[in-house]
Design a protein around this ligand. Structure first.
Ligand code: PA5
Length: 458
């Protein structure tokens, strides 16, 4: 049940003339080995905690969930970024294929309409909330916490604490204080795992296990991929090879990476990838503090839907993208297209074939079209969509991201650009300690006002 990485169309050929030649790959061997040794050294320094997650003990999660399994059938995740996208990715990927019985809803915005829609559809009595924030400070999540905690207190004065789980840092932060003071059930985001790398920590595992996902199988998949991705030989290590090829395409100016799953359940995995790739690699400074402005803009697309929307641009527009298809070979649920018009050539060619065959034929058709147009593309193949293959996918991309960050000579684990927005929000919302930032924002706003008041004709 191994995930396969078909990278043929990323290499040079008569059709992919911009493709990467084996000579270039050979020239990069030394640099790749350096990146590999850097990763090994970071792991010894305990910086890259996500590598160790597959072997964690999940008994505390399963034991806790056992105590609430008869009480709740819906979990609402309150978090944002790395504290939400993995939860949604796992649930969307597996809910239909595994016929998950319990429901996960993710509120990852401070949009009042989204919150209203979620709160309108739940049965409060049968719903548990799962508040997730590694830092315990993010404005969006803190706002959600205060709104939901207040409603729960009013609706369930005697047992409101049993209706909200909090996942945050083990020792520090506002949320840990609240847990210690009020006694909410709690889980931990490990210190050495960054938000966008945390899907296989309590962050993603609690909601997944609640929904009915076999989290041990998810972790076994991650472990299997980790073993593949620990090899220093590029050809045997799909994360390093894909990272290198994407890096080389970035050097050629292909600054867009399109991930296009050919199945709806994996669309949210492309969203998870979007955050991981963008936030980790999009950096102004390199490790020596020099301005470099690197990164590759991740875009998500859906097959076959976007064949009728984006593929025209992909095939004939600027050749500035690298494409990753995601294919599922065997579906649990499938339909045979019935032969209800045997005498009509317009449709009878489709008859008696599984719907999944049409889907995967169309993927191949898009691959052929892109390849003929000289557009580099690759394919990640899931033999089936289940916990084991999904776990492999997460580990593959986490290793690939860190490796590519090493090649780019930037820090893939920080996110100063995200922090800047968080700080400006604190200042404008009046948080104590951010007065200086507010002054500079005021100056900016005054300037902006002057500019916007200028007549257009000027
Ligand atoms: O990857 C990251 O670090 C971010 O996207 C965070 O996950 C996001 O900002 C939410 O942070 P927190 O979990 O601290 O609320």
């Amino acid at each position: 049940m191994e995930l396969r990485f078909d990278y043929q169309n990323l290499l040079y050929s008569n059709q992919i003339r911009c493709g990467i030649t084996s000579d270039i790959i050979t020239d990069m061997r030394e640099k790749c080995l350096e990146a590999h040794h850097d990763i090994v050294s970071d792991r010894h320094k305990n910086i890259l905690g996500f590598y160790d997650l597959p072997l964690q003990d999940v008994t505390p999660i399963l034991d806790y969930l056992d105590t609430i399994k008869d009480r709740f059938d819906t979990m609402v995740v309150l978090g944002i970024g790395g504290s939400a996208l993995g939860n949604r990715a796992v649930y969307s990927a597996l809910k239909a294929e595994l016929e998950l019985k319990k429901k996960i809803l993710v509120c990852d915005n401070v949009d009042p309409i989204l919150l209203y829609e979620i709160l309108e559809q739940i049965d409060w009595d049968r719903t548990v909330f799962n508040l997730i924030s590694k830092s315990g400070t993010t404005s969006e999540t803190m706002a959600a916490y205060m709104i939901i905690a207040e409603i729960l207190r009013k609706k369930f004065p005697t047992d409101y604490k049993q209706r909200m789980i909090i996942t945050t840092d083990k020792n520090k932060g506002f949320l840990r204080d609240i847990i210690n003071r009020e006694g909410y059930p709690s889980f931990v985001v490990p210190d050495n795992v960054g938000g966008r790398f945390s899907v296989l920590t309590d962050v993603g595992l609690v909601s997944s296990a609640f929904a009915g996902v076999n989290i041990k199988a998810l972790l076994s998949g991650a472990q299997a991929m980790k073993l593949r991705c620990e090899k220093d030989d590029l050809i045997q290590n799909p994360a390093y090879l894909n990272g290198l090829l994407h890096y080389l395409y970035m050097r050629q100016g292909k600054n867009i990476s399109v991930m296009m799953p050919y199945t709806n359940p994996l669309y949210d995995c492309a969203d998870w990838y979007r955050q991981l790739w963008a936030e980790s690699l999009g950096k102004r400074y390199n490790r020596q503090g020099k301005e470099v402005f690197v990164g590759q803009t991740p875009v998500k697309a859906l097959g076959t839907t976007d064949q009728h929307s984006q593929v025209q641009l992909y095939t004939e527009g600027p050749n500035d993208k690298v494409f990753t298809f995601i294919t599922v070979e065997k579906f649990n649920h499938d339909y045979i297209i019935p032969n209800i018009h045997p005498d009509r050539e317009e449709v009878n060619f489709l008859a008696d074939k599984p719907l999944s065959r049409l889907l995967n034929t169309e993927r191949l058709a898009t691959e052929i079209a892109l390849t003929r147009a000289g557009r580099p593309n690759c394919n990640i193949v899931f033999p089936e969509l289940n916990e084991f293959t999904l776990g492999q996918f997460f580990m593959l991309y986490e290793v690939q991201t860190v490796f590519t960050g090493k090649l780019l000579n930037i820090d893939p684990l920080d996110q100063p650009g995200v922090e800047a927005g968080k700080i400006a929000t604190y200042a404008m919302m009046g948080k104590a300690g951010f007065e200086k930032e507010l002054e500079s924002i005021d100056a900016y706003l005054q300037q902006r006002n002057l500019l916007t008041k200028k007549p257009l004709a000027d």
